[in-house]
Design a protein around this ligand. Structure first.
Ligand code: APR
Length: 311
């Protein structure tokens, strides 16, 4: 089997951490791409990480570049290109800046990486991933947005801390847009199969839901830029599931064509990721309250997509 090629578009905080994780896991060779102004950063991180491989003993070729030709034929593309949120800035404020960037990336992917499985991380996520699919014309199976694995991870951490149990025994489901309207679905959150509603009081649970919704903002406020360790790990979970045909079921922003009653929209839903990409959107039943929250979230995402069309 030939070595896999993973192109990381954006060599900033998340891009660098993605490269480090992918190399350590030996998922394939890595191309760290950025704009010409940041080519030195891309090349420097690549060299540092190759030297890290010499120390730790992993085997991966890591290339820093600003030349799209170096990304040609990638099996997986992970996009973080864009500007991150500054304190006080909402994800939606980023829309006009990052839209131009994602369009440029999409045009290049169309010709250089026509067969790649593409994971979008750039914010505002749901609008960015929608735009990328539109610009590239790629099949819905091959364009997905990373948000749910991260948001669910945050939710799981807060639940585990509250319940005083190991975080790996907590499973949580988060649906909807990656924003303030995201829907942490408490009815599907369990500690090793035991519903959290049996162990965590309702008002504590509500506070955790709120903290999860603001999980990204909490970190931006602390360090002046967006989180990068957990976002990178979350995208690697998805990339690995594709590369190894693991069929992980994870929440992710998927293109909806009637599922959950929504059409022509990207939003967070449970999906199965395998060798064909997003192989399936999994339908789960929701309570009336949860569906109402999801509708609200879908409306917010649709507004963002409509706003994108005018820009
Ligand atoms: N092509 C490639 N890279 C680009 C382009 C472009 N057209 N435009 C900008 N970039 C690069 C920037 O030069 C920068 O190095 O994208 C990189 C983004 O890195 P950071 O600023 O460190 O941002 P990061 O924390 O990695 O977050 C990236 O993910 O979570 C989201 O909100 C976050 O949208 C942001 C993205």
């Amino acid at each position: 089997m030939s070595r896999k090629k993973i192109a990381l578009i954006g060599a900033g905080n998340i891009g660098g951490e993605l490269a480090a994780l992918i190399a350590r896991k030996e998922l394939g060779d890595v191309v760290l791409f950025d704009i010409p102004d940041k080519e030195g950063v891309a090349k420097g991180k690549a060299l540092d990480l190759e030297q890290n491989g010499a120390v730790l003993g992993y085997d991966a070729k890591i290339t820093g570049t600003s030349n799209w030709d170096d990304c040609a034929g990638a099996d997986v593309v992970i996009i973080t290109a864009g500007v991150p949120r500054k304190p006080g800035m909402s994800r939606d404020d980023l829309l006009s800046i990052n839209l131009k960037i994602i369009r440029n990336v999409g045009e290049n992917l169309k010709t250089k990486c026509p067969n790649a499985f593409v994971i979008v991380i750039s914010n505002p996520l749901d609008a960015m991933v929608y735009e990328l699919k539109k610009v590239t014309g790629f099949a819905r199976e091959r364009v997905v947005g990373m948000a749910g694995v991260l948001d669910a991870g945050r939710f799981q951490l807060f639940l585990a801390r509250e319940a005083g149990v190991a975080v790996k025994d907590v499973r949580a489901m988060v649906l909807g847009g990656h924003g303030d309207t995201m829907v942490p679905v408490t009815s599907y959150c369990t500690i090793y199969g035991v519903p959290v509603t049996q162990t965590i009081a309702a008002e504590k649970l509500q506070a955790i839901v709120e903290r999860t919704r603001n999980g990204g903002g909490e970190i931006v406020k602390l360090m002046g830029t967006s989180a990068f360790y957990a976002p990178a790990s979350a995208a690697v979970v998805m990339a690995e599931s594709f590369l190894k045909d693991q069929k992980r079921m994870v929440p992710a922003a998927a293109y909806l064509d009637g599922e959950y009653g929504y059409k022509d929209l990207y939003m967070g839903v449970p999906v199965v990721i395998g060798a064909k990409g997003v192989e399936r959107v999994v339908n789960i039943s929701l309570t009336g309250d949860e569906k109402a929250m999801l509708d609200k979230s879908a409306t917010a995402v649709r507004e963002l997509i409509e706003a994108s069309k005018k820009l």
